[in-house]
Design a protein around this ligand. Sequence first.
Ligand SMILES: Cc1cc2nc3c(=O)[nH]c(=O)nc-3n(C[C@H](O)[C@H](O)[C@H](O)COP(=O)(O)OP(=O)(O)OC[C@H]3O[C@@H](n4cnc5c(N)ncnc54)[C@H](O)[C@@H]3O)c2cc1C
Length: 470
Amino acid sequence: VTEVDVESLRPLFAGRLHTDAADTAPSLTDWRRKWTGAALAVAEPDTTADVAAVVRWCRDHSVPIVPQGGNTGLSGGATPDSSGTALVLSLRRLQRVRRIDTVGNTIEVEAGVTLERLQEVAREAGRLFPLSLAAEGSCTIGGNLATNAGGVEVLRYGNARDLCLGIEVVTADGEIWDGLRHLRKDNSGYDLRDLFIGSEGTLGIITAGVLRLFPLPAEQAAAFVAVPSPAAAVALLELAQSRLDASLTAFELMSDVCVRLLVKRVEAARLPLRERSPWYVLLEVSEMQPGARAAEAIERVLQTAIEAGVATDATISDSEARYDAIWAIREEVTEAQAREGPSIKHDISLPISEIADFVRETDAAVDAACPGLQKVTFGHLGDGNLHYNLSPPPVPRDVDAFVALEPRLNRIVHDAVMARGGSISAEHGLGALRRDEAARYKSTVELALLRAVKDALDPQHLLNPSKALP
Ligand SMILES: Cc1cc2nc3c(=O)[nH]c(=O)nc-3n(C[C@H](O)[C@H](O)[C@H](O)COP(=O)(O)OP(=O)(O)OC[C@H]3O[C@@H](n4cnc5c(N)ncnc54)[C@H](O)[C@@H]3O)c2cc1C
């Protein structure tokens, strides 16, 4: 193995090249602090042409590349391995909003623009960019596309893939593919865009995207609802969908364990209801017509739900501050669980009609195998997506023993998911976390197709090696 002189990269591009430990450290550990790696350097190019120059240098020196956006991913996909041979390629400095079209309702932005900034730019133009997730202040649109991110508005607007019309990609060979189409319709051959979306940096580097915009809602209201069980929550979802149709923009579920952790770990958090309940639903209604009275629409649905016994109590936002406070409860759950220490996470999806039985049976199987674990179950029930997360028992705390349970718990949870026709990664991707697990559940035909795609687009296997692809 010949030593690679990373300094020879420096004159080839504008932007930054970090080699000092203090500068590279934040890019070498993931948000959960579950993975820490090492790298030759962290490159932060300024433009697409500079990204291409960096990739060509990596190709010529056989240096693996780990693309990175906001580093908020939950599957370890943006962390290099411990060999120290890879270059972390950060897209954060690709910051330009290139074009906004309020007739065609599209916006073209570079990969490093944060999701929050994109939402703000859209709002300033009188439009909604509906992708929304708790990491939006830090995650980037490039990362959102690379992971096909979901979040809380998928029920109404779809995930990152549904919101993307075109992309610009630097290929493994260091060429620039301009696929920045602003078109709703384009059947001119294989859909390369959809191949790169969700590929977690293993097929190409996304440097820009064209995203869809929507009208801003005239009025929004949220409700926090106590429900006795996941089965009741599913019944409430069915009722709300039949009454509210497209006005129902979010439908989230969380267990009381989530609320207990929130109250313990997040200073300002408190339950907006008089009494605790085993489960809660957060639902949001968005009305496009001024004066449509979102809160009243929710109230009518909840009245029926309470009469039918599928809800027991509720609070509905009557101001922007209350609306924000209700959403804050949901958005702080991931952070609250992180503060509780190590966790074993399962980002799963199921046909919605299977969810209640899945939770009941899997809870029982987990209790039987490993008694006392905290089941921090929450997620996007309207999309059939649960974060079936586990934390150690509150006492006694034996963190090492808990971490050692992970393979056994994964097997219990994922076998149950697959038996019900689900997926072991709904929105977080496979990354390092689920790569080998995916191999267990995919057919040999599917694995061969996936490998053929990788071989065709990245023949040297330099793009995010050992991630995502089993
Ligand atoms: C508190 C919290 C809440 C979250 N909630 C949600 C949620 O509701 N829904 C959801 O889907 N996710 C959620 N996430 C996960 C995370 O925010 C998303 O996966 C997000 O899309 C990652 O974006 P990023 O810019 O941080 O990407 P990174 O973490 O930097 O990278 C993620 C993956 O994409 C690759 N990548 C990044 N940028 C590029 C690029 N430009 N080109 C090619 N590959 C690239 C990386 O190599 C890596 O494999 C949450 C995370 C946190 C911390």
